[in-house]
Write a protein that binds this ligand. Structure first.
Ligand code: COA
Length: 259
């Protein structure tokens, strides 16, 4: 683990440790400040990720815009021309990358850079649910993709929601689907009919970390100074979905209302 400032070259070497299979896409949840000082900031991290983290693979970034105030009476709306997300400086830098493609979704959009960017982000607007069947999260998994938690924990691991949605966990969203508007990067309006996540059901995703390690699903490593976790998305989804079928409250905090 290095404590010297990072630059494009040292970061590229660090990302080489991931040893991903050829062509495997990678979804990165991140906290820039955990890497130590990076010359060039978030853009340098995006450059290192997209040029070296995967061999011919695509790198994806969560670019969520949903808010705790979202509800059927207060529907989410996203204007992607603004290039905003609350997922941190690295996803924001990815949105400014000239080769970035962003999925069209009012709450759970994903940005992608690389050879499969268009395919992995396509048709999010017609996915069954924000993170479920047909979303970039399941497309990544079906493509043999990986998830990297770069300096963050499972609380930031959106793919836990994928498992919840695939297992039809009733607490995830308000019942029904609602029309929400998205303006894409070119200024085109989209009417997207989607379930809306509710934010008043606290989760305990991080408490599953030790079990995920014990199952061999998650590998721990360091990238520069950042403690990281790497996992194959489909393995995570399959195992979590099985846990939810057995124990539907498994990912909910004990005090969380259910359903
Ligand atoms: C919230 C979160 C983004 C905060 O992480 P963070 O490292 O503090 O913030 P960012 O990644 O936005 O990086 C900006 C910070 O990096 C640091 N920074 C700035 N320039 C830097 C550089 N060149 N080198 C290293 N660090 C730098 C600063 O502390 C900066 O914070 P500031 O803008 O307040 O000064 C992170 O904890 C998180 O949760 N990430 C995952 C988000 C996600 O994927 N959510 C999905 C939910 S389902």
């Amino acid at each position: 683990m290095s404590t010297t400032p990072q630059n494009l070259q040292t970061l590229s070497e660090e990302f080489g440790q991931l040893s991903l299979p050829h062509g495997a896409p990678l979804l990165v949840h991140s906290a820039l400040s955990t890497l130590g000082w990076v010359e060039g900031g978030a853009s340098a991290v995006v450059e290192a990720l997209t040029t070296t983290a995967t061999t011919q693979g695509t790198v994806l970034f969560p670019t969520l815009t949903g808010a705790s105030s979202d509800s059927p009476d207060h529907r989410p709306h996203s204007d992607q021309r603004l290039q905003t997300t609350w997922c941190g400086a690295i996803p924001c830098a990815a949105l400014r990358h000239p080769a970035c493609h962003r999925s069209v979704h009012p709450t759970h959009a994903v940005a992608a850079i690389g050879p499969d960017a268009v395919e992995l982000t396509a048709d999010h607007a017609s996915a069954q649910s924000p993170c479920g069947q047909g979303s970039p999260y399941t497309r990544l998994a079906a493509a043999g993709g990986y998830i990297l938690l770069l300096g963050v924990r499972h609380d930031a691991n959106t793919t836990f929601h994928t498992a919840e949605e695939l297992a039809d966990a009733p607490y995830v969203s308000f019942p029904g689907r609602y029309s929400c508007t998205v303006i894409d990067t070119l200024g085109k309006y989209h009417e997207v009919k989607t379930p809306i996540h509710r934010w008043d059901r606290p989760r305990i995703f991080e408490s599953w970390h030790d079990r995920l390690i014990a199952q061999g699903i998650v590998r721990e490593l360091h990238i520069a100074q950042a403690p990281c976790r790497l996992m194959r998305a489909q393995d995570l989804i399959d195992w979590l979905t099985a846990q939810l079928q057995h124990s539907p409250r498994a990912l909910l905090a004990p005090h969380s209302p259910y359903p």
